[in-house]
Design a protein around this ligand. Structure first.
Ligand code: SAM
Ligand code: SF4
Length: 327
């Protein structure tokens, strides 16, 4: 599918649940979000039907996210079935890492090759604080496991936060020397609970890069992108096994190359993370329409993709949090 701006859309990010076992300060309020009731979220067979139609339209790459995708019952058989669809080339997962020790091997065997693990600090007390109760050791063990059993690439997503992890950016960057980890710094976006964080937490990727260069010397632009590099710009330190990426989420740098649609857990196709337009697939699925109608709805969502988002200039809010849209 091609949108009005000549972009090829071949990537679908699916939020398979809006539930989570952590409560990151910038993502969720302390009590959690009001989760969608069980019968409102798409059933696994409905998700598979959507993926089938997506693949008929040339979508070859899928990412499962949430909420915490590994909490969803049936996630492993779902991935197995997804991997068997003709034309599916790539299945990745974005996870908070808490269940990787338990599910890593099953995920790999089902067909996932690439993992993004979110981790905003290397200090256990701070981790406990930012996730409102999470255990760093659990995630750390999950990351070790992911590397041991051959996920490649393993990316660590770090939301850059002033007065929280600013003294750790250099340590995160250093991790890439000895480990094949791709550490990606993400700019905080005004979505979900992020505005409730105290103080001015936003930091630009330019600032993070300059702090890392002050500590470790000039970063070299990576010769080759990391697989599934999407909107990140990658750099390396000398003789490093991994890389350092920057996702300028608040600037429009990456909109020109946007190749994705998102599916919310309750079955809405979302043309852009930062735009409230949605196309409902759930009612269509449940009223028994054929593939042609679902394809039409996909094309409609593609036709609604804006040229760029305008969050940095005070555009309307995303309408839902990241855990609902699928970050
Ligand atoms: N629970 C999984 C996880 O944490 O990786 C998947 C869902 S989570 C919503 C996906 C990503 O969105 C995480 O890397 C998280 O840090 C990021 N995220 C959530 N809220 C954000 C915000 N306001 N700004 C930037 N990134 C955010
Ligand atoms: Fe859960 Fe991920 Fe949101 Fe943290 S960022 S609360 S782990 S969905």
């Amino acid at each position: 599918m091609e949108d009005h701006f000549g972009r090829q859309i071949n990537y679908l990010r699916i939020s398979i649940t809006d539930r989570c076992n952590l409560r990151c300060l910038y993502c969720m309020p302390p009590e959690g979000i009001t989760t969608t009731s069980r019968d409102e979220i798409l059933r696994m067979e409905e998700l598979l039907r959507v993926a089938e139609v997506a693949q008929q339209l040339g979508i070859t790459k899928f990412r499962l996210t949430g909420g915490e995708p590994l909490l969803r019952k049936g996630v492993i058989p779902f991935i197995r079935s997804l991997a068997l669809l003709p034309g599916v080339e790539d299945i990745a997962v974005t996870t908070n890492g808490t269940l990787l020790l338990e599910l890593g091997e099953q995920l790999r065997d089902a067909g996932v090759r690439r993992l993004n693990i979110s981790l905003d600090t290397l200090d256990s007390d701070k981790f406990h604080r930012i996730t409102r109760g999470g255990s760093l050791k659990q995630v750390y063990d999950g990351i070790q496991k992911a590397l041991e059993i051959g996920f490649d690439p393993v990316k660590l997503n770090v939301v850059a936060l002033r007065n929280f992890n600013d003294r750790e950016w250099v340590d995160f960057a250093r991790l890439t020397v000895d480990h094949p980890l791709h550490v990606r710094f993400i700019e905080l976006m005004p979505i979900g609970a992020s505005w409730t964080m105290s103080g001015n937490s936003f930091v630009s990727c330019e600032e993070v890069k300059s702090v890392i260069e002050q500590g470790l010397g000039k970063l070299n632009r990576a010769k080759r992108g990391v697989q599934g590099s999407g909107p990140a710009e990658y750099y390396t330190l000398p003789n490093s096994k991994g890389s350092i990426g920057f996702i300028h989420a608040m600037s429009n740098h990456f909109c020109a190359d946007c190749n994705r649609l998102r599916l919310t857990a309750d079955g809405k196709l979302r043309p852009c993370l930062h735009d409230q337009h949605e196309v409902d697939l759930r009612d269509a699925l449940r009223s028994g329409v054929g593939d042609k109608e679902l394809q039409r709805l996909f094309r409609k969502a593609v036709s609604l993709k804006p040229a760029n988002h305008h969050v940095a200039t005070g555009a309307p809010e995303a309408g839902r949090g990241m855990c609902q849209i699928g970050g």
